[in-house]
Design a protein around this ligand. Sequence first.
Ligand code: C2E
Ligand code: CA
Ligand code: CA
Length: 521
Amino acid sequence: MSRFKVVATAVSCGVLGAVVAISLTSYASWSRAISDEQMLLQIFSERAMRNVEISLDQGRSAISSLDNWTGVRCSSDHIAFMQRVTINTRAIEEVRYRDGVTQCSSWGDSFSSGEDPEVDGALGGGFELALRAESHIKGVDPITLLRRGSYGVIINTGRLSDVILNQQLKLAIFYQGRMVSGLRIEDAAPWSDVISQGRQHDESNLYAVTQRNEWTAVVAEPMTSLGTSFNRELLRALPTSLIIGLLIGALVMTFMLRRRSPFAELQTAIRKREFVVHYQPIVALDSGDCVGAEALVRWIRPDGSMVAPDKFIPLAEDTGLILPITDQVIQGVVDDLESVLANNPSLHIAINLCADDIKTGRFIGVIESALHGGLIKNEQIWLEATERGFIDITSATGSLKKAQMLGFNIAIDDFGTGYSSLQHLQSLPVNVLKIDKAFVDTIGITSASSSVITHIIAMAKTLNLEIVAEGVETEAQAAYLKAQGVEYAQGWFYSKALPAGEFALFMQQKSAPFRPDCGGA
Ligand code: C2E
Ligand code: CA
Ligand code: CA
């Protein structure tokens, strides 16, 4: 996947993360607004139902106390008694008395209601109920009559829905499915469906229903007024969710970028120790014996494929990841070849140092602790330094000198490729000079270029440095170098870099019996 695609995908994921978080917040705010309102409506509907029960209870106890009258019926005392009961009972407007002989009401003895209204239901305990009955007084609202025996009490139907509700709410009281009283509603017929289907909302309202016996109280809130609650909830939750969304987005982006970027892949490879070391033999030109090898790192991907160092070393050097890689190479050399090196004291292994290590000298501690107490002698380790490590010549000289004093051999790598401070070569603590393949390639091709390699060889000899020619691919090159007095060669003419086991075999076949001076710098 290209970097652009990775970034594009990551940005999309980030935006998607934010959108999802905001959508979830909106949904949660909406659900929260609904459930908060639903709870509130439920409280109101319970309260409305309680109001119905209180009104009926008051009617019932009024009738029970009226039954205590033992005096003359419809006498002025009886009427005064009925008036007292009416006044003392909040829910009732009037008391009526009617037996087979006489009839009167708290209004007086002249009351004439005609027939008693038709009964709609029985409440138990001998009480009967007539709802929305005509009053004997013309022009007033329908009445609710509660009756037992000769007494009846008239409850103002409006009182059944007389509860304090928020402005936008509506209330309907049903008895046996018929609306008997309502607040801010004329016709609650559509609500019957809501009650029968047990729904909590339809497209126009949110409902709360309380049912007791044959009574039902329904409180409704128009969906339009829910917007305020929703906006309030959304406003409260939006900043947090925006931050969460952005964080998710940023995390996804960072994760994806880090995961997909070569840097992240290299980091993972280091953590998982996916590096192995291969060894390219170095041979003595005069005898053809193997005197050592250069340790060359390889990255083995989880799928088994191998990545060459020039694909990741530059990035590792730019990002500082070269340091842990160097550490793994050093440890790899010790793990792979400790016994081989112990059994062949003249054998050396050359390890490539990065510029940063050459400047700081950090590598010394790493190598010492890797070798510590082991069988490998410091003299068997060559340290290859390129010109990039000599930018800060003073610190480089200091750390290489220190390494040299500890017995390590120092080789100048890729010599001749852009080395700008040849004059410093004399002062640098160096034992070996590695001629770059670019010069070896010119051998036998042009005499002019060949003279450059001749000069390099001459200069190395003047400085008393041993020489390793790199990238030797032909017998002619080998013969030329040998004739020029170059001591060692490395290249595909002899062998490519080999895994540790194969290198040990190669070495056995191509090494001379132990000679104390072999391989020394
Ligand atoms: P280098 O240090 O100059 O290593 C020599 C490179 O030349 C190696 O490539 C080797 O395989 C290649 N080579 C050797 N003989 C021949 C030959 O006859 N013909 C051709 N065409 N090539 C030959 P490799 O292993 O791919 O390493 C490339 C570079 O990666 C190395 O150049 C070195 O700069 C860096 N490198 C490798 N391993 C390490 C390491 O452990 N640490 C550091 N810092 N750099 C490393
Ligand atoms: Ca090298
Ligand atoms: Ca080199």
